[in-house]
Design a protein around this ligand. Sequence first.
Ligand code: HEC
Ligand code: HEC
Length: 505
Amino acid sequence: MIPQACMLLLLALSVPQATATQAIERGRAVYDKWCWWCHGQDGAGDGPAAAYQRPKPRDFTLGIYKFKTTQGNTPPSDADIMHVIAEGLPGTAMPGWKDRINEQQRHDLVTLLKTFSDIFQYEKPGPVVSYAGEPPATPELIAAGKEVFRKAKCYECHGKTGKGEPSKRLKDDWEDQIWPRNLTKPWTFRGGRKVRDIFTRVTLGIPGTPMLAFGDPGKKEALDEKERWEVAHYVASLAEPALRPDPGENVIRGVYVAGDLPTAPAAAAWAEAPPASFRLAPQIIAAERFFTPLNDAITVRALYNDAEIALLIEWDDRTPSRPGDKAQAKLISGTLYADAVAAQFPATALTGLERPYFGHGDASHPVEVWYWAAGALGEEQRSAIFEMKGVGSRTAGGAGEPRFSAKGEFEAGTWRVVFRYRRQPAGDGAHFESDSFVPVAFANWDGSNGEAGSKHTLTRWVWLWLAPQASLKVVYVPAGVALMLGGILFRLSARARRTQDEEGG
Ligand code: HEC
Ligand code: HEC
């Protein structure tokens, strides 16, 4: 009797144990296939690919999870970890796996990940954040949220306009420098862009980072629930969708203007030109390769007239970097280089959809580069035009009358640089004709991120299309109609007058 009861008890105890062991084994097989090269064999975040990433892959041994919904200083729920594995973390190297790894395997992975840290043995996940009090967005609520943003000093890290220009250098718990999120780009939010997701981050903070938990009533920075909803709605209202790179977008539509082209980055005339936004990827083709960019997108507008073409190039940058700027140098640990931007075009007219070799052309297909740099503090900004026939070969642009100029302005987390170029006759440098497509690629250097020389970000080849002079057509057609109408009216009135004359006469 007694041994039998013991047997049963043993069985009852060992069955879950056995299934857990199996789950861990199954999870290990999936982990060894897909996860280890970033997160490391033992989950310490030290896989061979880790050095090329920022933020670094998570070190699971500390039991710190950033994107959870469980309250207080408690571990994440299984659902939280499942969610990150399925969806990934936007704006980081962590991909979403739901198309590649099935749900059962994702459960197994969660079971495995939890063995990397003993925190899951000693602590239970707390209650999850409640969304019961979620108010609908109203202009008043958003205005109240703006006030909370000020009162809670969110701007000290995220900047007054939310673009993420910090007033101090920030580090995470792994001793790496960390930059606050640009709140105008919700598509880069790791934990989701819904108002609820933002509310969760404001409430719980982002563990392991300087992003504070504003829902912790014990802390001096605590905000009540109403304030946290208000500020979450305000953050959601900051989105600038025009600056979001659209992977399907590859044409900058240049608009014809009758008069002078604007020189000032803030000129009202730019509103005429539709913006096109492109993703900036790190340069990994030529040595020295670069893997850890901060700036992620660039937005371009183009205007032209008969003599010239002008581009407005815009990008969010957390710091206006100029060598010699002590305040900016304090925000980083390395050397402060100058921020810069460049555009690359074919230097000779090409046929059809032909394009030069992406890495600065070759001997038979040279490229022309237009370049601007912020310069050192207190010095002039720099601009230059040169021709290249492959990496490292550079000849200064022709002498004589300058055909290129550039001017930049930094304001509230955004650089705006205007390029102006005198349109050339064919065969003499980059050539632009109305209604033709010219290949162009952009490069960007974030000086506070150690970017200089071949360390920079860049776009793929896209097209600049000088839209035909639509403005002329618009004027022309109504003018024709008016002429016709005028003619009819004239004849009618002439006849009327004649009739009058005849009647009167
Ligand atoms: C290409 C690199 C890469 C691969 C492969 C990768 N990850 Fe990640 N993972 C990351 C990075 C980077 C982060 C940290 C992002 C951050 O801190 O914002 C991360 C974070 C995580 C997190 C932390 C979530 C949190 O709330 O803190 C989990 C869980 C995770 N990864 C699971 C996995 C699993 C499981 C796999 C394999 C199926 C995997 N990762 C594969 C790069 C990777
Ligand atoms: C002490 C600096 C600091 C303060 C103050 C601060 N934040 Fe943050 N915040 C950060 C950092 C750093 C990150 C990025 C963390 C990361 O990359 O994991 C961040 C990230 C965020 C995110 C992005 C969440 C996501 O899913 O990616 C939001 C939203 C946010 N903060 C809102 C706020 C709001 C609202 C306030 C004020 C109530 C605030 N922050 C105050 C430093 C701060």
